[in-house]
Design a binder for this molecule. Structure first.
Ligand code: FAD
Length: 671
């Protein structure tokens, strides 16, 4: 038999669901040599996740495709609660906003996972120049880590410590098997928690029998994003810990024909005796129903018999819950069923060389619309770290913050889901004495708190080399907590008066940012403070210079952005700000896109960024922001040494002889 071919790649991603595609997007934006494989022959076309939370939209915007999702999606603005009245019949008891007002510039929307995957694929193609493509019908069959090489610091060296054998499947082998034979409607049972079998062994055996193609790939890093039954996780010998509940839920995507008045609202319906129903209005007149199935209970082994679950039985359960209203359908796009369980991975990485992300390390119920979002956010946290280490820009140490940061999020998510899904699946209390039932006040409160959590905006990473939390400095920017994402308010471009949401300037290009809140630059003392800070920042030993690879523009690793609080009309870009803040390039002139002002706009009001960020309008402060938009450090304009130490802990600094900012770009500052 022919020897399998061998090749090398910097990053190998296993699984092209939302998590894997997010990882691939970072690699495309950072120009990293990458392969991404998926055992299935096509992306998702029906069903599965649909809810997009505010944070995910902010992330999509940083990658460049939030507008596509925003335009195509159904926008969910209100949640209606339906509960039994004293006569036992359901009635609308409450309305609350779907997204807490003022939390983000985006609100929760719903759009099919397949569309999200499409946006990712287009974005990856664009940014990688067509070099990163999902290789479908390809799955790993073995994974070995060369422990002698895992801590190799020098990324230029020939250290490819992870060896993975990949097998290519035939079209037929890569086709998922529908669980219900003969049904015309797509079902998602093959990916459901009710299915325990893994088909990898079978696929590999078949491929070997027909002497199918296999190859060996040596990688610097491997990211396992292969879903809840992750092969990568099993290959590493890791497990998911947690428990399954007795609650079984069905899901149907239908175009409903009904007299239920709130069918275009997100609804939580608790019936008196027939279980609960959640209504999610979707794009193209479609509605997703999550339906509690009281008639199928798990057996002694804890598993439910999935052969008893059909679309008909799921729908009849929905009809009972929604009665006396009538509901029917002619078109069903997809259906599935699942058993609620909450589990977290025992470990998120092996030697910081192989990482697990997404459903591979956390599973829970889908009703709070978290799985896809948190999975993508895992890789939004991981991708830039791996990319910058591969490029030799960041130290390998930063990779350990992935497990530290995301494991906590996974645990919080599981705890949240545990509470939320039990409240949702519980019978409503008949009266205040009914201790077994769920109080609808408690449920509403959980929903309100849950919305804040599920927005993804409450994430607060703990201290590490990337997150420095000295309590006394936080007072300088009370609205920018270190460890949380940089929130967004409108500021105006000093040069052309255009309003921008500041977050729009924090693109996912792998750069750290130093945001200088320059304060009142027209005050003499403040101007001296600003000049003093900039002089240090521009000194040849500053991280800004020593982190920048030879021959690259000075903003290629750390970009400096400024927001000042003086009046725009009284301030001049070239007169009042050191050149470093709007660098000159002999081919392209001054950079007009780095200095912003917190002032009134003509058409979009006043963003009051200083007020909202809790920064003193006179004295300002300095904030360091990670490439994933999380605040990493806050200090005074006098705290340059501290800022230098922050970057020394993260970046690979190479002392070198360099001129100042404008010298680097070939021109001395002149106006
Ligand atoms: P997956 O999407 O499972 O992707 C894993 C990929 O890896 C797949 O493409 C698979 O083919 C591939 N793969 C698997 N094994 C291998 C292997 N051995 N080799 C190569 N490739 C492999 N989440 C939300 O955020 N909002 C929602 O509203 C929501 N609703 C949901 C509704 C339902 C009914 C279900 C089932 C899930 C829902 N989720 C929701 C969860 C969401 O779908 C998942 O959390 C999300 O898809 C996880 O992304 P992932 O990339 O980690 O894994």
């Amino acid at each position: 038999m022919a020897q399998p071919s061998e090749s090398k790649v910097d990053v190998l991603i296993i699984g092209a669901g939302p998590a894997g595609l997010m990882a691939a997007a970072w690699m495309a934006h950072l120009g990293i040599s990458t392969r991404i494989v998926d055992k299935r022959n096509a992306k998702i076309f029906h069903g599965q996740a649909d809810g997009l939370q505010c944070r995910s939209l902010e992330i999509f915007d940083s990658l460049g495709f939030a507008d596509r999702a925003w335009k195509e999606a159904n926008h969910m603005l209100e949640i209606c609660m339906w509960n039994p009245g004293s006569d036992g019949q359901i009635r609308r008891s409450d309305r609350i906003p779907d997204t807490i007002v003022g939390l983000s510039r985006f609100q929760q929307i719903v759009l099919h996972q397949g569309r999200i995957e499409r946006f990712f694929l287009d974005n990856i193609k664009k940014y990688s120049g067509g070099n990163i493509n999902v290789e479908r019908g390809v799955l790993p069959e073995s994974l070995e880590i060369d422990e002698a090489k895992v801590d190799d610091e020098d990324e230029d060296e020939d250290a490819y410590p992870v060896k993975v054998s990949l097998r290519t499947l035939t079209e037929e082998e890569a086709q998922p098997v529908q669980q219900i034979t003969g049904s015309k409607i797509a079902d998602g049972l093959y990916r459901s928690s009710l299915v325990q079998e893994d088909d990898e062994d079978d696929l590999i055996r078949k491929s070997k029998e027909r002497e199918g193609e296999s190859e060996v790939v040596r990688a610097k890093y491997v990211i396992g994003c292969d879903g809840a039954r992750s092969w990568t996780r099993r290959a590493l010998g890791f497990e998911l810990h947690g428990e399954a509940t007795d609650f079984i839920w069905g899901v149907m995507d239908i175009v409903p024909i009904t007299d239920f008045p709130d069918i275009r609202m997100r609804c939580a319906i608790h019936s008196a005796e027939n279980g609960s129903l959640m209504v999610i209005p979707r794009e193209h007149k479609m509605v997703r129903l999550y339906i509690q199935l009281k008639e199928v209970a798990p057996d002694a082994s804890g598993r439910a018999d999935r052969s008893k679950i059909t679309p008909e039985m799921i729908f009849s359960a929905a009809q009972k819950i929604i009665s006396p209203y009538k509901i029917d359908y002619e078109y069903c796009d997809w259906w599935t069923a699942y058993q609620i369980g909450q589990r977290v991975g025992t470990s998120f990485d092996a030697h910081n060389r192989v990482f697990l992300a997404g459903d591979a390390v956390h599973t829970h119920s889908p009703k709070a619309g978290q799985g896809m979002n948190v999975s993508m956010q895992d890789c939004y946290n991981l991708g830039w770290k791996v990319g910058l280490v591969v490029k030799g820009i960041a130290k390998r140490d930063i990779l350990s913050t992935y497990s530290g940061e995301r494991r906590q999020i996974a645990q919080d998510l599981i705890d949240f889901d545990h509470k939320f899904s039990r409240l949702f699946s519980g019978r409503p209390a008949k009266d205040v004495m009914d201790a077994e039932g769920v109080s609808m006040e408690v449920f509403k409160d959980a929903f309100l708190k849950g919305n804040k959590f599920s927005s993804g905006l409450m994430v607060d990473y703990g201290s590490s080399s990337l997150v420095v939390k000295p309590a006394q400095k936080q007072a300088l920017a009370t609205g920018l907590p270190v460890g949380m994402r940089f929130s967004s308010f409108k500021v105006l471009n000093q040069a052309d008066a255009r309003p921008w949401h500041f977050q729009e300037r924090l693109k996912a290009d792998g750069r750290f940012r130093v945001v200088i809140f320059a304060g009142n630059v027209l005050g003499a003392t403040q101007k001296t403070r600003l000049d003093g800070f900039c002089a240090k920042l521009d000194s040849p030993t500053s991280f800004l210079h020593t982190a920048t690879p030879q021959g690259k523009p000075l903003d290629s690793v750390v970009e400096v952005l400024t927001i000042h609080s003086a009046k725009r009309w009284e301030t001049e870009l070239l007169r009042d700000f050191p050149d470093l803040l709007h660098p000159f390039d002999k081919h392209n002139g001054w950079d007009y896109n780095k200095v912003f002002v917190d002032d009134e706009s003509y058409h979009e009001g006043f963003g009051d960024a200083y007020g909202n960020y809790g920064v003193d309008r006179e004295r300002g402060c300095v904030v360091a922001v990670r490439p994933d938009q999380y605040v990493g450090w806050v200090g005074e304009l006098e705290d340059f040494a501290d800022l230098q130490a922050y970057f020394e802990g993260i970046l690979v600094l190479r002392p070198k002889e360099r001129a100042g900012a404008n010298g680097v770009n070939g021109v001395n500052g002149h106006h």
